[in-house]
Write a protein that binds this ligand. Structure first.
Ligand SMILES: Nc1nc2c(c(=O)[nH]1)N(C=O)[C@@H](CNc1ccc(C(=O)N[C@@H](CCC(=O)O)C(=O)O)cc1)CN2
Ligand SMILES: Nc1ncnc2c1ncn2[C@@H]1O[C@H](COP(=O)(O)OP(=O)(O)OP(=O)(O)O)[C@@H](O)[C@H]1O
Length: 211
């Protein structure tokens, strides 16, 4: 019997193999569609001018740069993640022309600017409303909202801190269509947080995450 960690590792390897086999042109073509569906989803989940987190895709991930730009153009405050020690995330507000630096902890690019912790993001301030929605990365999802990430547990920790603060924010994880698996297809553990929806090139798919 394989352990949960082993099952997660083999599912990650399988999905990443498929992602790397996709042509650059085919992958890039999905960016506009992911952006259109993600903006429609955020417009329903977030009040006008509200705050949403997203992330900047790298490599073979489903492309999210058009989504980040589009959310900003639609008038939302868009926050991108920074990996901090202890596998915590902090957040920097994105704006056009922002500088990026290679993360100290992961092979991703992070925007340069003042950093906000989970509490600041949850509470908001005069200039920036409290966080209302989260667009997050995933490697695979299942029909009940189980999410397989990159294995750092960064988002599980962040979502747990928001819950502890009493926040209720909508979550949509970005994957390619064939990465949404039948219920039980993603192995999970007690600390794993479920997500509300899959954001794929073909649309938003609500997931049953209150099982
Ligand atoms: N674009 C993006 N930004 C993100 C995340 C993410 O998944 N994607 N994260 C989500 O938590 C955090 C960073 N965590 C990460 C942890 C490990 C790896 C990593 O080792 N990636 C491998 C590829 C995956 C593989 O082959 O298994 C690599 O590029 O070598 C990437 C991100 C925050 N920012
Ligand atoms: N709230 C938490 N507090 C402490 N440890 C946690 C928490 N959530 C997850 N972890 C730990 O983090 C590690 C990685 O978790 P997991 O494999 O589920 O990451 P992931 O969701 O795939 O990654 P990511 O969120 O970075 O994309 C595991 O050892 C897990 O027990």
């Amino acid at each position: 019997m394989k352990s949960t960690a082993e099952r997660k590792a083999s599912l990650r390897a399988e999905v990443w193999g498929r992602r790397r086999a996709m042509s650059t042109a085919d992958r890039a073509a999905t960016g506009v569609r992911i952006a259109a569906h993600g903006i429609a989803w955020a417009s329903a989940a977030v009040p006008p001018g509200g705050t949403v987190t997203a992330y900047r895709s790298v490599g073979a991930e489903p492309p999210t740069l058009e989504l980040v730009e589009g959310l900003h153009t639609a008038g939302f405050h868009v926050l991108l993640p920074i990996c901090e020690p202890g596998r915590q995330l902090s957040w920097v507000e994105w704006h056009p022309g922002v500088d990026y630096e290679r993360s100290a902890f992961a092979p991703v690019l992070e925007p340069v600017g003042p950093r906000l912790d989970a509490r600041a993001v949850h509470e908001g301030n005069d200039a920036r409303p409290p966080l209302a929605a989260i667009v997050l990365p995933a490697t695979a999802l299942d029909a009940e909202g189980r999410r397989l990430g990159q294995g750092g547990g960064y988002y599980d920790r962040f979502l747990a801190r928001l819950d502890d603060g009493g926040a209720r924010v909508s979550t949509a994880a970005v994957v390619f269509d064939d990465e949404v698996l039948p219920a039980g297809g993603v192995p999970d553990e007690p600390l794993d947080r479920r997500v509300d929806a899959a954001l794929t090139p073909s649309g938003i798919r609500p997931l049953r995450n209150r099982a």
